[in-house]
Design a protein around this ligand. Sequence first.
Ligand SMILES: NC(=O)c1ccc[n+]([C@@H]2O[C@H](COP(=O)([O-])OP(=O)(O)OC[C@H]3O[C@@H](n4cnc5c(N)ncnc54)[C@H](O)[C@@H]3O)[C@@H](O)[C@H]2O)c1
Length: 308
Amino acid sequence: MADYTGKVAFITGGASGAGFGQATVFAQAGCRIVIADVRRAAIEEAATKLRHQGAEVHGIELDVTDRAAYARAADEVERVFGKPPELLFNTAGVNSFGPLEKSTYDDFDWIMGVDLGGVVNGMVTFVPRMIAAGRGGYIVTTSSMGGFFGSPAASIYSAAKAAVINLMESYHLSLAKYGIRVSVLCPANIRTNIAEATRLRPAHFANTGYVENEDLVRSLRGIHAHGLDPVVLAQRTKEAMEAGQLYIIPYPEEKEHLAQHFKQIVDAVLPMEADPEGARQRAEALRNWVKERQSLMSKSKGDEAKRD
Ligand SMILES: NC(=O)c1ccc[n+]([C@@H]2O[C@H](COP(=O)([O-])OP(=O)(O)OC[C@H]3O[C@@H](n4cnc5c(N)ncnc54)[C@H](O)[C@@H]3O)[C@@H](O)[C@H]2O)c1
């Protein structure tokens, strides 16, 4: 079991749902919690609940799409706790449903901006600070089961979540050498308030091709009422983090669906016999290129060190 005592956990979207579940579980484990959320009143409410359970909580009003505000939030954490966070949870997210062919630029810009752009901002803001602090750490980004599959109605959301999965695979490979572990959480249904997300759509992204009304919110609420408890999800997440898992998918019922999907992809690969010599040459060219780049990079690092 990892020691979380006194560690700072920065949780975007921490005022509700999955993020609040993470705040609850990691506060119980001994972390000091930063709730970063776009809704001020919800932050206060969440922080009060956590404090009643004995947690140390600091709230920051933050729109994850605002890069300057994100940098100020990171400075605030260092001012308050004397260090950058050891744990970063990129959890904030929004969703909206409608036919892909009717999607507007505003639909794309809003959903991609929060669900992918917000994650990018979290990583670009905090990764260099976590590396400089030299204490290692843990980053968990919430994607979605939707990130594995195209969808006619949640298309933009699914595309953003697919990009997040891929990006976390790359960060996982890139940050291991700094002792920073990276996981990507891919939930199916969670019992949260995400049905209300359309209410958070900013006025400058108002032009939508979807029907966003109270009926939709009500019907989505009905679906999410059957979702996994966010605290249970956070507990499963913590166990998977401690086991060093890159992918966190605590939904056994999804296994068959994933297996069929990836089988379809694997089956689409041409058999080697088509051009074995060509395939061998392509693989060798790539290996040589990677080796050459690695040696160039370590040479330029050596030169920099000599200059310093
Ligand atoms: N609920 C589900 O069934 C489900 C399934 C798969 C993945 N997810 C993902 O889980 C994550 C958490 O969502 P949830 O289901 O707990 O929903 P939720 O609405 O209960 O919580 C999301 C929180 O993010 C905040 N937020 C939204 N936009 C923000 C912004 N621009 N900046 C900062 N904070 C912002 C909201 O205020 C809210 O407190 C999301 O990334 C979502 O895509 C949810």
